[in-house]
Design a protein around this ligand. Structure first.
Ligand SMILES: Nc1ncnc2c1ncn2[C@@H]1O[C@H](COP(=O)(O)OP(=O)(O)OP(=O)(O)O)[C@@H](O)[C@H]1O
Ligand SMILES: [Mg+2]
Length: 301
């Protein structure tokens, strides 16, 4: 029977000899979903991921993968998952094809039946020595080895680093297809945009602690955007905008207004229509802004 929970962290703490790794992480990831693990440099993403694969041991608490304990059942977890480490390296003298064969030979239980399709879709260079490959082309080999056995769960530490936008798009399609077939993907990223694009659920980690776990739909409903508006009369615009519930963190400099918008634009647009807007820019809020919004959200009843 398939366990409905692909990954469960229960008060997981991993301490390094000289400092914090992660502290008291709780998490439940549903089987058949894509989980995006988001956080700035040093937040603890790699530490948590390495613990899932028993490359690090919990100091306290536990990590359960496919219903199996990360320490006691590590061999079976390895057999049933695909893994791309953040610092993926291959023997430089091998060609891509030789490297993939070598990795597949380490796990004799399952043939790499998806390799051909993956190689074609990602545009992988198979016949040159690894040492001659660009960073992105090496990363593609890492993706192929993680998915080639079609594992129940794929765990990827910053999978899109170094990939060009077209390859990233194809990779995102692969991830969505994997989940559509009832399999699971856990990936870390620095980009909220990427995670929103590909994941069902987002976990935000900061300084070793989980700040929030939210469905992407819920995150979208918060609709965190940053807007810059240039208007004819900035003082008038400030007066009209500052009390709208969707608007926060409003700042004026010259004829520009910079503001955060959460939720729907419905009440904002009629006001803007009256303001003689000369220019308007709206973009997804970046990580820090999302963190701030989460903190703000936590401090309000
Ligand atoms: N081998 C180690 N010894 C001591 N401290 C470590 C070690 N590896 C990581 N750390 C510390 O653990 C914390 C979490 O690091 P980790 O590599 O898990 O972060 P990350 O979220 O993966 O960051 P990045 O986005 O830069 O990859 C950091 O404070 C880091 O300095
Ligand atoms: Mg990392």
């Amino acid at each position: 029977m398939v366990d409905p929970v692909a990954i469960r962290l229960a008060s997981l703490t991993v301490s390094y000899r000289h400092g914090r790794g992660v502290t008291g992480l709780d998490l439940e990831m549903a089987t058949g979903s894509v989980f995006g693990f988001l956080g700035p440099n040093g937040a603890g993403k790699t530490t948590a991921i390495r613990t899932l694969l028993d490359l690090l041991r919990p100091t306290s608490g536990s990590a359960t993968v496919l219903g199996l304990d990360s320490v006691r059942d590590s061999m079976e977890i390895r057999r049933r998952t695909g893994y791309l480490p953040g610092d993926f390296v291959l023997p430089p003298q091998l060609t891509g094809a030789e490297a993939l064969d070598w990795l597949a030979s380490l796990r004799a239980d399952r043939s790499p039946e998806r390799r051909g399709e993956l190689v074609e879709r990602l545009g992988v260079e198979l016949h040159r020595p690894i040492r001659q490959l660009s960073k992105g082309n090496r990363q593609k080999l890492g993706l192929v080895q993680a998915f080639q056995h079609d594992p129940e769960l794929v765990i990827l530490d910053e999978p899109t680093s170094g990939l060009d936008p077209l390859v990233q798009d194809e990779f995102h399609r692969l991830v969505r297809e994997h989940a559509a077939r009832g399999r699971s993907v856990f990936l870390s990223s620095h980009s909220l945009d990427e995670v929103q694009h590909v994941a069902d659920t987002v976990g935000i980690i900061r300084e070793g602690s989980m700040v929030a776990v939210e469905s992407v739909d819920a995150l979208r409903a918060r609709g965190l955007r940053r807007m810059t508006i240039r208007v004819a009369d900035a003082a008038e615009a400030q007066r009209r905008l500052q009390d709208l519930p969707a608007v926060s963190d409003l700042r004026v400099s010259g004829d520009h207004l910079d503001l955060a918008v959460s939720g729907s634009f419905d009440e904002l647009l009629p006001v803007l229509a009256d303001l003689h807007v000369l220019d308007l820019l709206s973009r997804a809020a970046d990580l820090d802004e999302i963190f701030l919004a989460f903190y703000r959200g936590e401090s309000t009843p």
